[in-house]
Design a protein around this ligand. Structure first.
Ligand SMILES: [Fe+2]
Length: 235
Protein backbone atom coordinates (compact mmCIF):
# COMPACT_ATOMS: atom_id res chain seq x y z
CA UNK A 1 0.00 0.00 0.00
CA UNK A 2 1.02 3.60 -0.59
CA UNK A 3 0.25 6.25 2.00
CA UNK A 4 -0.84 9.23 -0.09
CA UNK A 5 -0.73 11.89 2.65
CA UNK A 6 1.71 12.23 5.56
CA UNK A 7 3.52 14.71 7.76
CA UNK A 8 6.31 12.29 8.42
CA UNK A 9 9.37 14.51 7.98
CA UNK A 10 10.92 15.77 11.23
CA UNK A 11 10.62 19.46 12.15
CA UNK A 12 9.31 20.60 8.77
CA UNK A 13 5.71 21.41 9.70
CA UNK A 14 3.33 20.50 12.54
CA UNK A 15 4.02 16.80 11.95
CA UNK A 16 6.84 14.69 13.36
CA UNK A 17 8.80 16.57 16.00
CA UNK A 18 12.07 14.64 15.75
CA UNK A 19 14.09 12.15 13.75
CA UNK A 20 13.22 9.52 16.40
CA UNK A 21 9.50 10.16 16.02
CA UNK A 22 9.87 9.85 12.24
CA UNK A 23 11.64 6.52 12.63
CA UNK A 24 8.86 5.29 14.88
CA UNK A 25 6.28 6.43 12.33
CA UNK A 26 8.10 4.49 9.61
CA UNK A 27 8.01 1.32 11.72
CA UNK A 28 4.29 1.81 12.46
CA UNK A 29 3.58 2.41 8.77
CA UNK A 30 5.35 -0.77 7.77
CA UNK A 31 3.50 -2.76 10.42
CA UNK A 32 0.12 -1.85 8.94
CA UNK A 33 1.18 -2.58 5.36
CA UNK A 34 2.63 0.53 3.73
CA UNK A 35 5.68 0.12 1.52
CA UNK A 36 5.74 3.68 0.22
CA UNK A 37 4.78 6.95 1.89
CA UNK A 38 4.29 10.19 0.03
CA UNK A 39 5.67 12.96 2.19
CA UNK A 40 3.17 15.80 1.98
CA UNK A 41 4.48 18.32 4.48
CA UNK A 42 2.39 21.45 4.69
CA UNK A 43 3.55 24.28 2.49
CA UNK A 44 1.64 27.28 3.75
CA UNK A 45 2.87 30.80 3.21
CA UNK A 46 4.04 32.63 6.36
CA UNK A 47 3.53 29.43 8.32
CA UNK A 48 5.36 26.39 6.96
CA UNK A 49 7.91 27.30 4.32
CA UNK A 50 10.61 24.64 4.16
CA UNK A 51 11.69 24.63 0.50
CA UNK A 52 11.96 21.58 -1.67
CA UNK A 53 15.76 21.13 -1.60
CA UNK A 54 15.77 20.96 2.20
CA UNK A 55 12.95 18.43 2.34
CA UNK A 56 14.61 16.40 -0.38
CA UNK A 57 17.82 16.21 1.68
CA UNK A 58 15.87 14.91 4.69
CA UNK A 59 14.08 12.34 2.52
CA UNK A 60 17.36 11.13 0.97
CA UNK A 61 18.78 10.68 4.45
CA UNK A 62 15.69 8.80 5.72
CA UNK A 63 15.64 6.55 2.67
CA UNK A 64 18.98 5.13 3.76
CA UNK A 65 17.16 3.39 6.64
CA UNK A 66 16.55 -0.28 5.95
CA UNK A 67 13.34 -2.31 6.25
CA UNK A 68 11.07 0.72 6.36
CA UNK A 69 8.78 2.23 3.71
CA UNK A 70 10.31 4.40 0.99
CA UNK A 71 9.53 8.10 1.33
CA UNK A 72 8.55 10.08 -1.77
CA UNK A 73 8.69 13.85 -2.25
CA UNK A 74 5.49 15.89 -2.26
CA UNK A 75 3.73 18.73 -0.48
CA UNK A 76 0.32 19.56 0.87
CA UNK A 77 -0.03 23.04 -0.55
CA UNK A 78 -2.34 25.48 1.19
CA UNK A 79 -4.01 27.10 -1.78
CA UNK A 80 -3.15 30.78 -2.29
CA UNK A 81 -3.28 33.08 -5.30
CA UNK A 82 0.49 32.83 -5.80
CA UNK A 83 0.55 29.01 -5.76
CA UNK A 84 2.05 28.92 -9.24
CA UNK A 85 5.09 30.91 -8.10
CA UNK A 86 5.57 28.61 -5.12
CA UNK A 87 5.79 25.68 -7.51
CA UNK A 88 7.90 27.40 -10.14
CA UNK A 89 10.40 28.56 -7.51
CA UNK A 90 10.74 25.01 -6.09
CA UNK A 91 9.31 26.00 -2.75
CA UNK A 92 6.27 23.69 -2.76
CA UNK A 93 6.59 20.33 -4.51
CA UNK A 94 4.45 18.34 -6.92
CA UNK A 95 4.20 14.63 -6.10
CA UNK A 96 7.32 12.74 -7.14
CA UNK A 97 8.21 15.52 -9.64
CA UNK A 98 5.10 14.72 -11.70
CA UNK A 99 2.39 17.15 -12.82
CA UNK A 100 0.22 16.20 -9.83
CA UNK A 101 -0.17 18.50 -6.84
CA UNK A 102 -1.98 17.90 -3.56
CA UNK A 103 -3.68 21.04 -2.26
CA UNK A 104 -5.73 21.94 0.79
CA UNK A 105 -8.33 24.62 1.47
CA UNK A 106 -9.35 26.47 4.62
CA UNK A 107 -11.32 24.05 6.84
CA UNK A 108 -14.05 26.50 7.82
CA UNK A 109 -14.15 29.36 5.31
CA UNK A 110 -15.11 29.57 1.70
CA UNK A 111 -12.18 30.01 -0.71
CA UNK A 112 -13.02 32.97 -2.93
CA UNK A 113 -12.26 32.52 -6.65
CA UNK A 114 -11.38 28.86 -6.18
CA UNK A 115 -12.20 28.00 -9.78
CA UNK A 116 -9.98 30.80 -11.16
CA UNK A 117 -6.96 29.60 -9.19
CA UNK A 118 -7.54 25.98 -10.19
CA UNK A 119 -7.95 26.95 -13.84
CA UNK A 120 -4.67 28.87 -13.79
CA UNK A 121 -2.93 25.76 -12.47
CA UNK A 122 -4.58 23.61 -15.11
CA UNK A 123 -3.42 25.99 -17.85
CA UNK A 124 0.13 25.28 -16.67
CA UNK A 125 -0.56 21.53 -16.99
CA UNK A 126 -0.81 20.83 -13.29
CA UNK A 127 -3.20 18.04 -12.31
CA UNK A 128 -5.06 18.70 -9.12
CA UNK A 129 -5.76 16.55 -6.08
CA UNK A 130 -7.80 17.97 -3.20
CA UNK A 131 -6.70 16.74 0.23
CA UNK A 132 -9.42 15.33 2.52
CA UNK A 133 -12.53 16.98 0.98
CA UNK A 134 -14.67 15.42 3.72
CA UNK A 135 -13.09 17.72 6.30
CA UNK A 136 -14.19 21.04 4.77
CA UNK A 137 -17.34 22.69 6.09
CA UNK A 138 -18.19 23.93 2.58
CA UNK A 139 -18.18 20.35 1.23
CA UNK A 140 -20.09 18.96 4.21
CA UNK A 141 -22.81 21.55 3.57
CA UNK A 142 -22.76 21.35 -0.22
CA UNK A 143 -21.85 17.84 -1.43
CA UNK A 144 -22.53 18.68 -5.06
CA UNK A 145 -19.49 20.95 -5.01
CA UNK A 146 -17.48 17.73 -5.35
CA UNK A 147 -19.15 16.96 -8.67
CA UNK A 148 -18.36 20.47 -9.90
CA UNK A 149 -14.70 20.04 -8.94
CA UNK A 150 -14.60 16.57 -10.48
CA UNK A 151 -15.98 18.08 -13.67
CA UNK A 152 -12.91 20.36 -13.66
CA UNK A 153 -10.67 17.29 -13.38
CA UNK A 154 -9.94 17.56 -9.66
CA UNK A 155 -9.16 14.23 -7.94
CA UNK A 156 -9.93 13.51 -4.29
CA UNK A 157 -7.77 12.10 -1.49
CA UNK A 158 -9.65 11.09 1.65
CA UNK A 159 -8.21 10.28 5.06
CA UNK A 160 -8.39 6.68 6.30
CA UNK A 161 -9.51 7.69 9.77
CA UNK A 162 -12.37 9.93 8.63
CA UNK A 163 -14.56 6.83 8.55
CA UNK A 164 -13.76 6.28 12.25
CA UNK A 165 -15.14 9.69 13.14
CA UNK A 166 -11.89 11.20 14.39
CA UNK A 167 -12.55 14.43 12.45
CA UNK A 168 -16.17 14.62 13.61
CA UNK A 169 -19.50 13.19 12.53
CA UNK A 170 -19.91 15.42 9.47
CA UNK A 171 -16.56 14.32 8.03
CA UNK A 172 -17.50 10.69 8.70
CA UNK A 173 -20.86 11.00 6.94
CA UNK A 174 -19.31 12.90 4.05
CA UNK A 175 -16.55 10.37 3.42
CA UNK A 176 -19.08 7.56 3.58
CA UNK A 177 -21.16 9.27 0.91
CA UNK A 178 -18.03 9.90 -1.18
CA UNK A 179 -17.04 6.23 -1.00
CA UNK A 180 -20.54 5.08 -1.92
CA UNK A 181 -20.50 7.38 -4.95
CA UNK A 182 -16.99 6.40 -6.15
CA UNK A 183 -15.75 9.91 -5.47
CA UNK A 184 -12.58 8.99 -3.55
CA UNK A 185 -9.46 8.46 -5.66
CA UNK A 186 -6.80 7.90 -2.97
CA UNK A 187 -6.58 7.21 0.74
CA UNK A 188 -3.94 8.72 2.99
CA UNK A 189 -3.17 8.67 6.69
CA UNK A 190 -2.54 12.43 7.14
CA UNK A 191 -0.38 11.23 10.03
CA UNK A 192 1.20 13.84 12.31
CA UNK A 193 2.07 11.96 15.54
CA UNK A 194 3.56 8.58 16.37
CA UNK A 195 1.07 6.24 18.03
CA UNK A 196 -1.91 8.06 16.56
CA UNK A 197 -3.25 7.23 13.09
CA UNK A 198 -1.15 4.32 11.84
CA UNK A 199 -2.34 1.82 14.47
CA UNK A 200 -5.94 2.72 13.50
CA UNK A 201 -5.45 1.96 9.78
CA UNK A 202 -6.52 -1.74 9.92
CA UNK A 203 -9.82 -0.82 11.58
CA UNK A 204 -10.39 1.99 9.07
CA UNK A 205 -9.78 -0.42 6.17
CA UNK A 206 -12.17 -2.92 7.70
CA UNK A 207 -14.92 -0.27 7.81
CA UNK A 208 -14.15 1.01 4.31
CA UNK A 209 -14.18 -2.53 2.88
CA UNK A 210 -17.80 -2.86 3.99
CA UNK A 211 -18.70 0.09 1.74
CA UNK A 212 -16.60 -0.47 -1.40
CA UNK A 213 -15.69 -3.41 -3.64
CA UNK A 214 -12.38 -5.23 -3.29
CA UNK A 215 -11.13 -3.81 -6.61
CA UNK A 216 -12.06 -0.25 -5.67
CA UNK A 217 -10.31 -0.66 -2.32
CA UNK A 218 -7.14 -1.81 -4.10
CA UNK A 219 -7.33 1.27 -6.32
CA UNK A 220 -7.73 3.53 -3.28
CA UNK A 221 -4.91 2.06 -1.22
CA UNK A 222 -2.40 1.26 -3.96
CA UNK A 223 -3.13 1.22 -7.69
CA UNK A 224 -4.21 4.82 -8.25
CA UNK A 225 -1.26 6.13 -6.25
CA UNK A 226 1.12 4.02 -8.33
CA UNK A 227 -0.23 5.62 -11.48
CA UNK A 228 0.26 9.09 -10.04
CA UNK A 229 3.88 8.29 -9.12
CA UNK A 230 4.39 7.42 -12.79
CA UNK A 231 2.57 10.59 -13.91
CA UNK A 232 -0.18 8.54 -15.54
CA UNK A 233 -3.89 9.32 -15.66
CA UNK A 234 -5.97 7.19 -13.33
CA UNK A 235 -9.15 6.91 -15.40
FE1 LIG B 1 -2.27 17.01 6.01
Amino acid sequence: MIDFHSHILPKVDDGSKSYEETKQLLVEAKEVGFDKIISTSHYAQDCFEVPEYKRKDIIDQLNLEEDVPEIILGSEIFLTFNVLELLQEYKASPINKTNYILFELPLREHFVNLRDVLNRLKEEDYRLILAHPERYAVVQKNFKMLYELKEMGVLFQSNYASILGIYGLNAKLTVKKMLKNNLVDFLGSDVHRAGSIYPKIPLAIEKISKIVSEDYLDDLTTNNALKILNNEYIN
